[in-house]
Every structure is written in C-alpha cells, then in structure tokens.
Design a protein around this ligand. Structure first.
Ligand SMILES: *Cc1c(COP(=O)(O)O)cnc(C)c1O
Length: 453
C-alpha cells in the first residue's frame, strides 16, 4: 500500500443538510435560562443579538436542517475536506492501529471555524444586519468571521484576547486584510473592558471578557448583531458538516472508526466530527468511543462542575448548563488560545454527563511533542489546539500496539499551525512551560456560580 492515502469526496457529495443531534438525544439538554427570571429564554430575549434564523436553529428538534445554497457555494471552495489515512505516522509508531485524520486546515482561514462563520454571516445578511461584533481567542474565529464578512459585505469588529493579540500579530493582519477591525481585549471601548482594566491594568484578557465586550457593542446599535464561534447549539449544528463528510469517507475506505478524538475548547469541532457518528449510535448503530481532549491548564470537562453559569465574565449572557470552571476564571496564558474558555458547549456537556464521551486532559509540552512528531510523519504542522487531539491519537495508537489490537482511530485535525510559529519557536527554545491551573482561583470562581433552583 502507498504511504499516503487520501479519501476525497466529489463536490456532489457535499452535504445538503446539517445534522441536529437534538432529534436523537435520549434526554433533552437543559434549557437556556434568563439570568434575571431563571425562566427558559424565548426568541425575543435573544433577538437583539442574533438573527432569527439562528435562534430557530438554537432550539430546533428537526434532525436535518437544510444548508442554504449560497453557503454551500462558499463551502465548495474547500469542501468536502480530505480524510487521510496516516500511513507514515502508523509506520513511525509501528502500530497496528489504523489512524485517520479529517483535515480542516484546508479552509482559507486554516481551521474549521469558517463552517459556521459563513453560515452565520449569511443569516445576518439575509436579515439586514450591517455589522457583527465578536471575540476571538487564538484568532482563528476572528479570521473566519472576517473572511465571511468580506464575502457577504458585512462590517466585522473583533475583540481579541490580549495575550493572543500580542502573541499572534499576523492573525490581526489576516483579519484586517478582509477589512475587519481587531481590538485587544480588555479594551477602553466598553464598560466591561474598562471595569476589568480598572481592577487589573495588566490583564492578559480571556474569552469571557472579550465576549462581554462584543455583546455590549452589539446591543448598543440596532444594525449590529453578535456572533459566537463555538459553544451554542447552532454552532455545533453547522460544524456537523465535518462528521457527515467523514461518514461518507469511511464508506469509501470500507472502514468505521472505533474511536473519534477531537480537542475541546468550546466544543464545536468535537461536536462537528463526533455528533454524526454519535447520532448513528443513538439510532441503534455501532457503539463508538468518543474522546474529548482539553488542556490540563483549563480542564473544563475533567475538573469543572456541571452547573448553570454565565458564558461571559461581565454576566451579560443567559445562563447555560455546562461544565464550567466559573465565569470569572482566567486560565493561564498557554499557547492553545482557542482552548482557553471557562465553559463548554451545553450539548457537549450534556452528552458527557450522559456518559457518552470520555474526556481527558494533557499538558501543553506533551502536546507540542506529539505535534512535531505528526508534522514529521505527515507534513502538516498542526495548530497548538489540534496538538491535543494528535497527542491523544498517538497515545491510543501506542496502546493498540501494547495490547496487540488494531483499532480504527479518527481524529480531527481542526487547523494548521502556520500562524502559530511563535508557539513552536518558544517550544524549540525551551521557553514553553506546563502551566498549572490555580486550584484556589477555580474554587473562588466556582463559589461565584449563580444559584439556580
Ligand atoms: C477555535 C478552535 C478550537 C477550539 O474551539 P472548539 O469550539 O472547541 O472547536 C480548536 N482548534 C482550533 C484550530 C480552533 O480554531
């Protein structure tokens, strides 16, 4: 067999529908609550910040939701994305495991994020919105929305977590190329940002703070809405295009994964690749081992509490039930910026709570080590976030060797690391450290959880 095996779908195989796991869940996910009344939020509560089409998707129970043709048209530029069999990595590890990866780095922004950015920009445009505000951690989401905004003629304003703004200047250039405005968060532009700066002038920022700033800006103006790149149900939905394609590609390969692995920050690329497989399982198909991989320094699923919490630091968002480290927790500034979020997608938390997911955590050094090994074998440098999935996949392949069994392992290579060379530079220079989370800080943040009956 040749070294490189690539499963490429025809354009005609680009999915026509996204898959909504809500239709197949054994128990419904707990509702989103209004922060004042603690009653389930209705469409009117969300209308100031999201377009109606997105709000409908947020609560839909339809199994299949049609992908609008203008969205498919743009998807076609890089989708269906390739599925690879990592033959050279298998050889390097001398493992009987069959390792596959779905490569989302082929999108123009270099990650899976455009799958939802394009859809959200389309729905906003359709409803007459002129401007979208958002936050970005590592810069991947801001890049994706900047790109989508330029396709649909929308103004984009991005609050970028300050530590990433400083670590990744080229991400800002990327966004500005597409006409977006990129602001380091916390900023002086919003009262949420000013409040943080007053207390912590040196704040490195967090996704929770940046979300507060972006939401605040969006409610100020009628022609402005807000977009979130992860966490919410409609984002999970849009990302299922990944797993739907992978199902067809496994048909081509005449194989089926025993295990699906993905890194988890807010949960969207994990949901995107796993939910279509989980759906088959829930409808009576084969059982499958789903592994969610998070950084040890922000261990939401493995150490967090499953409780109602705010999505942001300034408490402007509704309450969602999720695994959380507390909305005021600021994770240490490790390099996988896309994984530095205090919470987790309610849908991912829910299926984890149902025992359908096996979460685990890794330190950043062991993840970079795996990423470099993967790059040498397969020729793609993974994003620091993606390295978490690579680490778990390699460990599982080694376990196959030790146990003398051949399992099919699928992982999501959710983005390339070509914009993350500073992180790799620091790794090679020995400057990267394993940052521990602060038990006391998490305890304090958890003590501040809202009490919901
Ligand atoms: C944003 C991002 C993540 C984390 O977000 P999820 O919603 O958990 O997918 C992980 N990897 C990459 C490459 C990202 O851009």
């Amino acid at each position: 067999m040749t070294d490189s095996v690539k499963y490429v779908l025809d354009e005609r195989d680009l999915p026509r529908y996204w898959y909504n796991i809500a239709a197949d869940l054994p128990a419904p996910a707990p509702p989103v609550l209004h922060p004042g009344t603690h009653q389930p939020v209705g469409p009117d509560d969300l209308a100031p910040i999201f377009p109606m089409a997105v709000i409908e998707q947020e609560v839909s129970l339809e199994r299949e939701i049609e992908i609008p043709e203008p969205v498919r048209d743009i998807y076609r530029q890089w989708r269906p994305s390739p599925l690879y069999r990592a033959r050279r990595l298998e050889k390097m590890l001398d493992t009987p495991a069959r390792i596959y990866y779905k490569y989302e780095g082929v999108s123009p922004a270099g990650s899976h994020k455009p799958n939802t950015a394009i859809a959200q920009a389309f729905y906003n445009k359709q409803e007459g919105v002129k401007r979208i505000t958002t936050e970005t951690g590592a810069g991947q989401w801001g890049s994706a929305l900047a790109l989508a905004g330029s396709f649909f003629g929308l103004e984009i304003e991005v609050f970028m977590v300050k530590v990433s703004f400083e670590q990744k200047p080229y991400r800002r250039s990327f966004m500005e190329t597409f006409g977006a405005r990129c602001i380091a968060s916390p900023s002086e532009l919003t009262s949420a940002g000013r409040a943080v700066l007053a207390e912590h002038p040196d704040s490195t920022g967090s996704l929770g703070i940046a979300i507060s700033e972006a939401v605040e800006r969006s409610v100020e103006r009628d022609d402005t809405k807000y977009a979130l790149g992860s966490v919410l149900n409609h984002v999970m939905l849009h990302q299922t295009v990944i797993g739907l394609e992978a199902l067809k590609q496994f048909d081509m390969a005449n194989d089926y994964p025993d295990m699906v692995i993905a890194p988890t920050g807010g949960g969207s690329n994990f949901a995107g690749i796993t939910f279509p497989f989980l759906g088959e399982q829930l409808r009576g198909g084969r059982g499958i081992d789903l592994v969610a991989v998070e950084p040890s320094a922000c261990p939401t699923l493995t150490r967090g509490r499953y409780a109602y919490d705010f999505g942001d630091t300034a408490h402007l968002t509704p309450l969602v039930k999720m695994h959380t480290l507390g909305s005021t927790y600021v994770p240490p500034g490790f390099h996988a910026g896309g994984l530095r979020y205090h919470g987790m997608a309610p849908l991912v938390s829910h299926v984890t709570n149902l025992g359908l997911v096996r979460p685990r955590s890794y330190n950043q050094l062991q993840c970079f080590e795996a990423g470099v090994q993967f790059a040498k074998a397969e020729g793609v440098i993974p994003a620091p976030e993606a390295n978490h999935g690579v680490r778990a996949a390699i460990d599982e392949a080694i376990r196959c060797k030790e146990e003398g069994v051949s399992r099919a392992i699928l992982f999501n290579l959710c983005g390339h690391g070509n914009f993350d060379m500073q992180a790799y530079r620091d790794y090679f220079d020995g400057k990267l450290m394993d940052l521990a989370y602060d038990d006391g800080e998490i305890a304090m943040a958890l003590a501040g959880l809202p009490s919901v009956a």
